[in-house]
Design a protein around this ligand. Sequence first.
Ligand code: GSH
Length: 220
Amino acid sequence: MSAALKYDIAVKGADGKLGDCPFCHRSLLTLEEKRVPYSTTLIDFADKPQWLLDVNPAGSVPVMKELETGEWIVDSGVIQNYLEEKFPQPELGTAEGSPQIGLDVLPKFRDFIKSTPEEAAAKEADLVACLKGLNDFLEQNGGPYIGGANPCATDCAVMPRLYHMKVATEYFRGWTMPAELAAVQRYMDAFMARDSWKHTYYAPELVIAGWERHGVKRAV
Ligand SMILES: N[C@@H](CCC(=O)N[C@@H](CS)C(=O)NCC(=O)O)C(=O)O
């Protein structure tokens, strides 16, 4: 255990591997980008510990413990704001303070991968419209990130959602990013090359298995 360790964060995971939770990923990316020393406790959803329910009756992760004081910080948005206040440099901004563009991609791609054959075209169009909004924003600010040359708080929230989107739409619907969304593709490529991403990566197979557990079936 490093002497400088400040936090332990409980995140979805099992068998020594990080799990497929975009909210946990958001908090881990924030810790990494701010270079805050932390350790992780993996929560196996098949066997949730009682202490998690005591700390957070909703039973959801992430929850983060300040090791010196024992204070718990619950919810990825709250963790984002807490870390910004405690560790202002490098500045990412708060969850509410940075641009909100791209956050909707989660419900949009979820509706698409869950859609019936009759609904699919309309749900796909909704997803593309959402991504087009992000693409236009990135073209205007020059990218590669929503925060511009460096990631902001929204990037930490959006990138895990885009990762789920890319993996799940491709696997379940055979969908790939249209050429008109080149700025979104560049954005994803740039973020996935960052150390923060490499240190918090989990495999596409876990993303697919997670959506299958939510009842999503392949339609290709
Ligand atoms: N609002 C919460 C949502 C977190 C959340 O929904 N996490 C999911 C995992 S992706 C969870 O822990 N679900 C509890 C369960 O499925 O039992 C946050 O942003 O931290």
